[in-house]
Design a protein. Structure first.
Length: 292
């Protein structure tokens, strides 16, 4: 898992979290033992996955074609930056606590964030048995980045699956084919030190401690440099109506914090400009998913 040697932007993105890695690995083998009181299981993994087609069918179908997931090197830009095409150096610690809670921590063998890459040939809407039409929604997708944190836990008291992740996207390109729009050089990073994470009116730039002061400076650097996502998944009730539906799939997005930029938006193959979004925060968002 080599560093980005040829992309200055990626170097800036990666520098702080790499330096902070000793604290990012807070849930290593010994710490996991302290948290759970169990020896647990560790899985080391390297892989590359290719799928010719994934298709969801209702009356018509939604199809994802030529999907490849691996290391950053599965993309041309990632390979040029020195990455391999293997999703490698993964170290997965699995523990079950005394109260029955399951705790899964995804780390790395070499102590660096996990480089990932994905390519997708196309995403299509396909007509059912009585039709012949199709629409290509997305095509020529290629992107890579780094995963700095992935912690998954199941709370037996609430039956909630919690996912906490920190990641970046160093470079992503794709075409929104049915609209004739091309997206080039999309970058996703953390919201930075100028964002008020805890809502107290001050930021790290103001000298305030964010995240309730619960994180070390090194961990705080990781959380602000990488986009971070925290959500709960569980079985619950619908969100409203006179008689809310029951036993639906609930997804509560506790927070998403990130910055995003797009180097060029193309229409008809010609750039019409760039886009930058600073301090994007998605909070208190709830979804209820069920059949109809």
């Amino acid at each position: 898992m080599k560093g980005l040697k040829k992309i200055a932007l990626a170097t800036a993105i990666a520098a702080a979290p790499f330096a902070a890695n000793a604290d990012l690995k807070a849930l290593d083998d010994s710490a996991m033992g302290n948290v759970t009181g169990q020896a647990g299981v560790t899985i080391e993994l390297e892989t590359k996955v290719s799928i010719g087609q994934f298709k969801y069918t209702d009356e018509g179908s939604f199809a994802v074609n030529d999907l490849v997931l691996g290391g950053a090197g599965v993309t041309a830009a990632g390979a040029a930056a020195g990455y391999t095409d293997l999703l490698d150096q993964l170290k997965i610690d699995i523990d079950v606590a005394d109260d029955g809670d399951a705790i899964i921590h995804v780390g790395t063998l070499d102590g660096n964030p996990i480089d990932w890459g994905v390519t997708v040939g196309s995403m299509q809407l396909l007509a059912g048995a009585t039709g012949s039409d199709s629409t290509t929604l997305i095509s020529n997708m290629s992107g890579f980045g780094n995963l700095a944190q992935l912690d998954i836990s199941v709370d037996t008291a609430t039956d909630h699956l919690n996912i906490a992740a920190a990641f970046n996207v160093v470079d992503m390109d794709f075409d929104v084919e049915f609209l004739g729009i091309g997206v080039r050089d999309m970058v996703i990073t953390g919201a930075g030190t100028n964002f008020d994470y805890d809502g107290d009116g001050q930021t790290i730039d103001d000298g305030a401690a964010e995240f309730g002061g619960a994180l070390t400076p090194q961990q705080e650097a990781v959380m602000t440099t990488f986009a971070n996502v925290n959500l709960d998944v569980y079985k619950g009730s619908g969100l409203g109506g006179a008689t809310p539906v029951t036993d639906v799939l609930r997804i509560d997005v506790n927070n998403v914090y990130m910055d995003m930029s797009i180097g060029a938006v193309e229409i008809g193959g010609t750039s019409i400009g760039s886009i930058a979004i600073d301090n994007l925060a998605v909070t208190d968002t709830k979804l209820a998913v069920y059949g109809h």
